[in-house]
Write a protein that binds this ligand. Structure first.
Ligand code: GTP
Ligand code: MG
Length: 441
């Protein structure tokens, strides 16, 4: 347990009906006892008491105090919550009294950090607490609730156990060659496992990246040469007259941004300056920004003019985006129709082929919300490291690299996986070794 007692206002500091000043730590109850009109030592856990916060003999506020005794609390420490009247002045006053009696002002997230350090929740669950607070859509809310419910541990714990088991067996083979009860591991045992782990980790990464798009949306750059109808497309997608549209080539110079929810996917759109050779200083800057927007985008929509033959600039743009996730759309199909391609008429607001294409693409991913999936960049980055490690181990195993050398790579992979849920892997491994192989006897 961490020794000092922390305090913070758990509610936003503005004038409201109620505010909560929350303390956690060994001295939470003694500290509040010093400023409360009643004796909290006699209060049983999970009870609420009515009384007054006192500054010596002066009443500061009429409050409700909740007492939660360790270990069945949010932080696993003693917690006291004071429901004050929610004025800024009075709340600050109560907080300051707690500080004066020896509590320390909590840092951001410190209550949840203690919940993690004291073993009540794992790291992915702590992250889910934050996700839940910040969730601004149904899908983010659902995903955070799942995370809070231990979805990440459910997802990777079986894999962690398998890897741990394999390391354990190899280690025992090496350190205790005379120990007959344990199977002798060979490359033929290891290679199928490695193949399986390479596949499962790859699938977890792919699903997580697809789910991230469903959850957070796609950064989408609309690009093309001047006058093809990029700004008209932006306006049609967001159903607003936001970007200036004219028949002058080079109308858009600054990047123009907006978002649209198409149903199955949200696009964070950036309308860019038409790309062409230009001597105009302002237009040149705009074009540089367009090129940067292409680089940073998750998806590039390249707009071509269906009413005119393709030009060198179109071909160059096609080349420029070929390594990015992209869609090519032909605009101005009211003038000339196209076959075997996505055709739209941004001017008349007819963009249904493009919208349908995008919704189709992300239709099947809607089901991902019901699966256990890695939740954020940190988790995905660690999973990528584990995947890379398994993949290189597989190559080495096929090249007959000795098992004791491969074992250290397995440790690495195991470490990355454990860090996703913030588990102490050394202790865990030792516990596991002793549990499975009775080496302590
Ligand atoms: N017929 C027809 N004209 C269109 C269509 N979409 C856009 N236009 C016209 O094409 C011209 C250029 O449209 P913009 O949307 O400004 O084109 P842009 O690609 O943003 O052009 P820059 O910002 O200059 O790069 C305008 O005169 C539009 O009215 C369409 O679907 N059909
Ligand atoms: Mg434009």
């Amino acid at each position: 347990m961490l020794s000092d007692t922390i305090v913070a206002t758990a509610t936003a500091l503005n004038n409201a009906a109620i505010a909560i000043v929350r303390l956690s730590g060994d001295d939470a109850i003694p500290i509040v006892n010093e400023i409360f009109s009643k004796d909290l030592n006699k209060v049983r856990t999970n009870r609420i008491v009515h009384g007054y916060i006192m500054d010596d003999d002066k009443k500061v506020d009429e409050v409700l105090v909740s007492v939660f005794r360790s270990p069945y609390t949010y932080t696993r420490e003693d917690i006291v919550e004071i429901n004050t009247h929610g004025g800024i002045y009075v709340t600050r006053k109560v907080l300051n009294l707690c500080l004066a009696k020896g509590a320390r002002l909590a840092m951001n997230g410190e209550f949840t950090k203690r919940a993690y350090l004291n073993g009540r929740i794992d790291l992915s669950e702590a992250e889910a607490v934050n996700d839940l607070i910040k969730a601004d859509s149904e899908i983010k809310h659902k995903s955070a609730i799942k995370g809070l419910d231990g979805s990440i541990e459910r997802l990777i714990e079986p894999l962690i156990s398998e890897v741990m088991e394999m390391i354990g067996m190899i280690e025992v083979n090496i350190d205790y060659p005379e120990y007959d009860d344990v199977k002798r591991i060979t490359h033929d045992d290891l290679i199928p496992s490695l193949k399986k782990w390479v596949t499962t980790t790859a699938s977890m990464i792919t699903k997580a990246e697809r789910f991230r798009i469903i959850k957070d949306g796609l950064k989408t750059a609309i690009v093309g040469k001047p006058n093809v109808g990029k700004s008209s497309l932006l306006n049609a997608l967001i159903k607003k007259d936001k970007a200036i549209v004219t028949d002058i080539a080079g109308t858009t110079r600054d990047l123009i941004e907006d978002s649209v929810d198409l149903g199955n996917v949200t696009l964070h759109l950036i309308d860019t300056a038409g790309i062409r050779e230009s001597e105009d200083v302002i237009e040149k800057i705009g074009i540089e920004r367009s090129l940067k927007a292409i680089k940073e985008a998750d998806l590039v929509i390249l707009v071509l003019d269906a009413s005119r033959p393709l030009e060198r600039e179109d071909e160059e743009l096609l080349r420029l985006i070929q390594d990015k996730r992209h869609l090519v759309v032909y605009n101005k199909t009211d003038i000339k129709k196209v076959d075997d391609a996505i055709g739209i008429s941004a001017l008349s607001g007819d963009i249904k082929e493009l919208v349908a294409k995008l919704n189709d693409e992300y239709q099947s991913d809607q089901a991902l919300i019901d699966e256990d999936i890695l939740n954020n960049e940190r988790q995905i980055a660690l999973m990528k490291k584990a995947h890379a490690e398994f993949a290189s181990l597989l190559k080495e195993a096929a090249d007959d690299v000795p098992l004791d050398l491969l074992s250290s790579g397995l440790y690495e992979a195991y470490h990355h996986l454990s860090m996703i849920i913030g588990k102490d892997y050394e202790d865990d491994l030792i516990d596991h070794l002793f549990k499975n192989f009775c080496l302590g006897k």
